[in-house]
Design a binder for this molecule. Structure first.
Ligand SMILES: Cc1cc2nc3c(=O)[nH]c(=O)nc-3n(C[C@H](O)[C@H](O)[C@H](O)COP(=O)(O)OP(=O)(O)OC[C@H]3O[C@@H](n4cnc5c(N)ncnc54)[C@H](O)[C@@H]3O)c2cc1C
Length: 469
């Protein structure tokens, strides 16, 4: 029997999408359940946020989403934002390697080389790094298979292509997406084609080419953004949910989940919301606490998911203070690259926001966004905003060559924002999902399970709704 009332815990994109799907998605269903969304903070959207900066709305969290997956584009279209979808403009990016910024080689698959010569010519690896790569073509190293179908991305690639490839290319790209390290990151969860390629005979680069056909140059854009910022997606979605009668409660943290007859009661600050079914779309630790009284295995699995914090510093810079021309959409800084005479780089990446998204461009200035902090670098969390700005600007001076002073700067902190997918993450997820299914009338959604990207989170919200309906 379809539930009459559903409570969604968490008003990030996963929870809001679950509410959207529960009420029919593209087509509002007249017989949809009554939906209540409980959000602990005073605003909706979770990681998605945008703010006015220098006369335009700039994303202060995620600034785009993959075009290869349909979910986010579909959601934008369903809520009426088709005209606001803005394709990525710039191509290419650089990496700090061997003492300067160098263009990333052609033919990388999430940072992993698929061809020897373009990678060698890019000059990012140096002679020893190139030798490691050459061995994959002439003397492929056999794979060591474990009993369970997962491997750690870093050691797997290092064994095949050399540690230099991991440090210079793979860790900044794949590790960077999670603000983590590929030393202990699940290949099955973050990049399944790598796992499949590693199990083929012969060289890894050739196997990856077979697993991952090159993107069609005439295909859809690789990334999309929303003119008006990601917050406009949240705002539009929330307005539509309001029209459907969804009851959205802010500053309402779910603090207890109780059985109530055949259904559930979700408590928030002494007030209970009755539910035939519940979607838990909060981060893993909060979901674990709610599930603790009902299934300690699920709770324990969820408590082991660690989260990385990041600090974003966005600068408006006079065009004369930025070296021209800027190449591509930004650059990455490998965490093990030397920083002469100083403690390690705090900046992990810099995005040229207005080169990537032309709707943000204004005459005479450049918008730069520096990301600081990772799972293994918590220094930026302890800095004041002023210290974070000074440090980011100083490092952009050394890395990119900015001069003078920024016109304006804003700091956004994202504490415990990015879940770490350790090896065997998918087993952990399967354990949580099986335990939750046994409870009946509960489903989980969010970045902690099947992907941190916005499309994956949207897919998880829709899947949770489907399970309950
Ligand atoms: C800085 C940054 C940049 C990113 N860049 C990109 C990008 O460019 N492209 C991309 O695709 N992805 C990007 N991501 C990833 C993506 O934005 C997130 O993984 C995704 O938005 C997570 O959505 P969510 O709804 O699962 O979780 P969240 O956004 O974390 O939402 C969870 C919500 O639950 C609420 N909550 C917590 N506890 C409770 C409780 N007890 N009761 C009620 N509510 C609770 C929280 O307040 C929050 O609002 C980025 C992430 C970050 C942090």
């Amino acid at each position: 029997m379809a539930p009459g009332q559903v409570v969604v815990v968490g008003g990030g994109i996963s929870g809001l999408t679950a509410a959207w799907a529960l009420t029919g998605g593209a087509e509002h269903r007249a017989d949809a359940p009554a939906v209540v969304v409980l959000e602990s903070s005073s605003r909706l959207g979770g990681a998605l946020r945008s703010a006015e900066f220098g006369g335009r709305v700039v994303d202060m969290g995620p600034d785009g989403f993959l075009g290869r997956r349909p979910e986010a584009v579909d959601l934008c279209r369903e809520v009426g934002l088709t005209d606001a979808l803005a394709p990525i403009a710039g191509r290419g990016a650089s990496v700090w390697a061997r003492g300067r910024l160098r263009a990333l080689p052609e033919g990388l698959a999430l940072g992993i080389p698929t061809r020897f010569w373009p990678t060698a010519r890019a000059g990012v690896l140096g002679f020893r790094g190139q030798l490691g790569l050459a061995r994959d073509a002439v003397l492929p190293r056999p794979d060591v298979r474990g009993p369970i179908g997962d491997r750690s991305v870093g050691p797997l690639v290092a064994r095949k292509l050399g540690q230099r490839v991991v440090d210079t290319l793979v860790d900044p790209l794949i590790g960077g997406i999670h603000a983590g390290s590929v030393d202990d990151m699940s290949a099955a969860a973050v990049f399944p084609p790598l796992l499949a390629a590693a199990q083929r005979r012969g060289g890894l680069m050739r196997a990856l080419r077979a697993e991952m056909p090159a993107p069609d140059p005439d295909g859809p854009p690789l990334f999309w953004s929303v003119d008006g910022g990601m917050a406009s997606l949240v705002r539009t979605l929330v307005a539509k949910l309001g029209e459907r009668g969804v009851d959205i409660r802010l500053s309402a943290p779910a603090d207890r989940l109780e059985r109530s007859g055949a259904g559930w009661s979700v408590w928030s600050g002494g007030r209970a919301a009755a539910a035939d079914a519940v979607v838990l779309a909060a981060p893993a630790p909060a979901t674990g606490s709610l599930l603790q009284p009902h299934d300690d295995e699920a709770a324990a699995l969820l408590q082991t998911v660690e989260y990385a914090s990041v600090v974003l510093v966005t600068f408006r810079v006079g065009v004369d203070d930025v070296p021209a021309p800027l190449y591509g959409t930004g650059f990455l800084v490998p965490r093990r690259s030397p920083h002469k005479g100083r403690d390690p780089w705090a900046v992990t990446a810099c995005t040229f926001l207005d080169r990537k998204w032309p709707h943000l461009a204004r005459d005479g200035e450049v918008l730069l966004r520096a990301s600081l902090g990772r799972m293994d670098d918590v220094r930026p969390e302890g800095w004041t905003d002023g210290e974070a700005i000074d440090r980011a600007w100083e490092e952009l001076g050394a890395l990119l060559g900015v001069t003078g002073a920024p016109t304006d700067a804003v700091v956004v902190r994202c504490p415990d924002a990015l879940p770490q997918y350790r090896v065997h993450h998918l087993l952990r997820t399967a354990g949580v999902e099986a335990a939750v299914a046994r409870l009946g009338g509960v489903a989980v959604a969010g970045a902690a399970y099947h992907g941190v990207g916005i499309p994956a989170c949207i897919a998880s919200g829709r899947a949770a709704a489907r399970t309950l309906l």
